[in-house]
Every structure is written in C-alpha cells, then in structure tokens.
Ligand binder design. Sequence first.
Ligand SMILES: Nc1ncnc2c1ncn2[C@@H]1O[C@H](COP(=O)(O)OP(=O)(O)OP(=O)(O)O)[C@@H](O)[C@H]1O
Length: 263
Amino acid sequence: MLKLNNLNKSFINNLGMTKNIFTDLNFHMKKGDFVSVIGSNGAGKSTLFNLIMGNTELDQGEVIISNKNITNFPKHKRNSFMSKVYQNPSFGTSPSMTVFENLSMADNKGEVFGLTFGLNKKRKNFYKETLAELDLGIEEQLDTKVGSLSGGQRQCLALIMATLKKPKLLLLDEHTAALDPKTSKIIMNKTSDIVKKEKIATIMITHNLQDAIDYGNRLIMLHEGNIILDIEEEEKKSLSVEKLLKIFNEKHLKLKDNEVFIV
Ligand SMILES: Nc1ncnc2c1ncn2[C@@H]1O[C@H](COP(=O)(O)OP(=O)(O)OP(=O)(O)O)[C@@H](O)[C@H]1O
C-alpha cells in the first residue's frame, strides 16, 4: 500500500555541515496496517512524515501509494488521499468556524463548493451519531465555535475530520501527547476503531511505549534514521515496556552516557 524505497535525505545544519538523516531507508506497509513508530529525539520521525506529505523534498528515493509513484506530487495533490492529526489540538480544525461547519468542510475535502461551502445538512445526523460515540458531549455543540471547545474535544474532532473521507493513509503525529490520560485513551480507542473499520493504513508517531504496544498491528523503532526494530502481530502482542527498553539497549546502540531514550 505504502512503499518508501531508498529514501535519502540530508540537511545542512547552521554550521554549514551536511547531516544525513536517511540513507537508503526502505519501509513497506499493507492496506489496513496500523504501525506505531517510536524512537529517540532526532531519530527522523517528523522528517519521515514531512517527506511522505511533501512538506520536505527528498534528495533521492521513491514514495509509492497504492502502486502510484507520488514522489513528484506537490503537497496539495497528496492531501487529497492522506490526512494528518497533529499533536497540537489547534491544528487540523478551524477555531472560528462551528463544529458543524468544520465537519462539512472535511466532508467536502477535494471537492469544489460554493459560498456556503456545502453545509452538509443531510449528514447532520451522521455527525451527531459519530460524535456521540466519543461520549465527550460534542454532539450537543454542533453550532458551537470550535475555538471554545476543550483541547480534548478539538482533538477528537480533528481525528473525525481527518478520517471522514477515508484517506488512503493516516498520519498521527503524537496526536494524544497533549491530552490528559482519560481523553487520550478515548482518542486512542476511537483511532483504533476507525482504522480497523475503514482499513486505513496508519502510521502513528508516539513517545508512549505502552500505546505503541497496545495499539496497531506493527511497531517500528527508528534510531538515527534507521529502522532498528520491526515487530508484528503475535510478537508485538507479547511485548511489554520493559522488554521494549531491553531490546533497545541490547541493540548495542552507540548511546552517549547522557543520552536517554525518551518514553
Ligand atoms: N528543516 C531542517 N533543517 C535542518 N535540520 C533539520 C530540519 N528538519 C529536521 N532536521 C534535523 O533532522 C534530525 C531529525 O529531526 P526530526 O524532527 O525528524 O526528529 P524526530 O525523530 O521527529 O525527533 P523528536 O522526537 O524530537 O520530534 C534532527 O537532527 C533535526 O535537527
């Protein structure tokens, strides 16, 4: 479904020196795969998302989605078949618009619409039912401006909006990191339900090792631009946080004394 072939990317740092982030990185995933990505700070996780989304230009390599080579597609063209949910609940929704307007906008993604931006009255009941499942009371606030919702409510809305049009690829960038544990769990469970039901290929960056183990069918660990661990299905289910940290250390990585693996 997604194939990243021989990705190469380097940046010039502020001292004018070249820093290689990825050297011939290969990564393939199937439709419906839900992959958790963990790794220390600076491992290249955000850069990976930026390369997939077209925010950052590749030096070399190919990005293939559903057998289509999108390597040279501009960002706006990629947006029609991939969505991202950000760590910051302020991204991904429009605060000055109501919940209903935001959902209608997401429903109209990729379509031409007029001045009323196609307020989707027929879908109002569907929106209400979908929001009610979250049990956060957003279904009663369809006419409320999104800017006055809580961070958790906004993030739930961002997730629903990102998946409303069933993207081919869903990118979750620490999307529960800014939330309290209860709301985080609600969003993680909802994420898992949507991904399973709609069979959306999903990559989730997280620093929460327990979430990385509990959710999804595959887990990869990125370190200094390399995939140093790739665990699936049954093997993944048998993991624990302790085991994961042990595996990380057993890889004999050249960690400096003061470098800590961020959980
Ligand atoms: N635009 C850029 N210009 C120069 N260097 C960059 C740029 N973007 C990223 N980098 C460098 O690339 C490396 C990987 O960064 P990246 O943000 O992808 O790591 P990360 O795994 O997402 O880290 P974190 O967990 O801290 O978010 C870092 O050394 C970073 O400084």
